[in-house]
Design a binder for this molecule. Structure first.
Ligand code: CA
Ligand code: CA
Length: 532
């Protein structure tokens, strides 16, 4: 171990050239209200054919309207190895029958499926780390467990050939940008992989606290998380080495931000220096979203207070939502919880999610009940913050507890490995697509305040309102098994115009300012001023 040298294999370049650029009048006209368009054809007209003798036109691509601000974004998280295999030539040691092995997904495969993500409507993509990971496996979990997830670095200066190359990372970023999607790369500053070169090679001597040396500390900053060697980020040479690796790669590849791993295990001083370096070298728009285990509006605040990151994952959301949709806890308490999420420091964002690679998936926790899962998805995509969708949950990937929560992306009858043949729930995906479009069409949902309108029994009715934009949306969710009726005064922003349920597409009758609408069992309404 530790004998592999840094490498830059591959000569891949961006494959596509575009006929329309972001911000063009055509795109603006076609991308109204966050709806999707096909470049050059507006979704209806056929692509124009190239004149005889001219190079063949690039095939149409699916575009989203880019988010204006991060609070309007919808984030999608992919484990690169488990998503799509675009290069069989790098499938060293791939064994799709085992849970802890590499399954062959790579940057090229993900790049080939960007239209799938653009069609869903997401505006930002978070991918797992792509640095070279340890060449072998560990067995502490009771089975061979490899660095397919990317968090066990062996060389921060090399892209792991099992994921592709830095050129392919840049091509992914370029092609995502062409579709209106920003890309966040997961980076680790806290630790190296088990028995990595950093624990053995002379240049790095003294850089790590390890179990082997007996130097792991007892506190958050100096302990060896999961037994992993802990970088002494208090040493200037260690800081410089790690900062340069990640920041220079971001500069070379055009990344839009980082997802920061294990934030609470590295000092605030480090993260403040990180921000200074990022601002200086990548610009103040470079987005930082961090994983503080257990993070919520209150516990993330120390990192927001120092402007160490722009956003943090909201670990409170999954449990609160899943409990409520399953009938646990009073509706009024859940409404108070949703309101409490506004307590985040102004200018900073919480990122709610239903599933991730570190917790059992929501659908699994709901015993596979897709009606309740839909309610949870409705609550996520109508909630404040930057919603994160974990790959495959939009098509009903079963998930499960670790490591089943990292299973292959289901591709149904499409010949895309490693998840070819795994069933997809296309109806669920259609619902996700609709929810994302509704959220993107209504700034009230992404930027608005939360006001509870009623919380009797199993029916929750709340208002999201963006005062600056004059937009208001009323969401009614019935977790019960009996029909319910939502009854409320129409928000003043609606004026006298008719009201529409954006979720069902139905018109909703109103009598003056009063609205009464039935909400089916395990059903929902997303009500707004009718505009079309
Ligand atoms: Ca591959
Ligand atoms: Ca540490």
């Amino acid at each position: 171990m530790g004998t592999v040298t840094s490498r830059r294999p591959g000569e891949e370049v961006s494959l596509r050239s575009l006929s329309l650029e972001p911000g063009s009048p055509q795109i603006a006209a076609l991308a109204l209200a966050g709806l999707l368009v096909l470049t050059g054809c507006g979704g209806t007209a056929p692509p124009q054919s190239a004149p005889a003798g001219a190079p063949a036109a690039a095939p149409p691509i699916v575009r989203v309207q880019p988010h204006e601000r991060w609070e309007d974004a919808v984030l999608y998280f992919v484990i690169v190895d488990r998503f799509a295999d675009g290069d069989k030539g790098n499938n060293n040691g791939v064994d799709r029958s085992a849970k802890g092995t590499f399954h062959g997904g790579d940057l090229r495969g993900l790049r080939q499926q960007l239209d799938e993500l653009a069609d869903l409507g997401i505006t930002a993509l978070w991918i797992t780390p792509v640095v070279e990971n340890i060449p072998g496996f560990v067995t502490g979990a009771g089975f061979p467990d490899w660095g397919y997830h990317g968090y066990w670095a062996d060389d921060f200066y090399a892209v792991d050939r099992r994921f592709g190359s830095e050129e392919e990372l840049k091509a992914l970023v370029d092609d995502a940008h062409a579709r209106g999607i920003e890309v966040l790369l997961d980076v680790v500053y806290n630790h190296a992989g088990y028995d990595s070169r950093y624990t053995t090679d002379p240049p790095y001597k003294g850089w790590l606290r390890t179990e082997g040396l007996g130097t792991c500390g007892q506190d958050d900053l100096t302990s060896c998380v999961s037994g992993l060697p802990d970088f002494k980020t208090e040493l200037p040479e260690v800081r410089d080495y790690l900062l340069k690796a990640h920041i220079d790669r971001a500069k070379r590849t055009g990344l839009d931000g980082f997802r920061l791993d294990t934030v609470k295990h590295v000092s605030h001083e480090f993260w403040q220096e990180h921000r200074r370096r990022v601002n200086a070298e990548l610009g103040e728009d470079f987005f930082l979203i961090g994983e503080v285990w257990g993070g919520d509006a209150q516990s993330l605040d120390p990192w927001f207070a120092g402007d160490e990151m722009d956003a943090g994952f909201d670990f409170s959301f999954q449990g609160s939502v899943l409990a409520w949709v399953q009938g646990r806890g009073r509706t009024v308490a859940f409404d108070r919880y949703l309101k409490s999420r506004e307590k985040v420091r102004p200018g900073y964002l919480l990122s709610p999610y239903l599933s991730s690679h570190d917790v059992p998936g929501a659908l699994f926790q709901l015993g596979g009940d897709r009606e309740l899962f839909r309610l949870a998805a409705i609550l996520e995509l109508t909630a404040q913050g930057l919603p994160m969708i974990y790959y495959g949950e939009e098509v009903g990937r079963p998930g499960g507890d670790w490591p089943d929560n990292r299973s292959d992306m289901p591709w149904g009858d499409r010949e895309i490995q490693p998840g070819a043949g795994k069933p997809r729930d296309e109806a669920l995906r259609t619902d996700y697509k609709k929810l994302i479009a509704i959220r993107r069409a209504h700034k009230a949902l992404s930027r608005g305040t939360h006001t509870g309108l009623s919380s009797d029994g199993d029916l929750l009715v709340f208002l999201r309102r963006d005062e600056a934009g004059g937009d208001a949306v009323v969401v009614a969710v019935n977790r019960g098994t009996q029909p319910a009726t939502a009854s409320f005064e129409a928000p003043a922003d609606w004026g006298d115009v008719p009201v529409k349920d954006e979720w069902s597409g139905e018109d909703v009758p109103r009598s003056g300012g009063r609205i009464e609408v039935a909400v089916p069992p395990h059903g929902a309404r997303i009500l707004a001023r009718k505009t079309t």
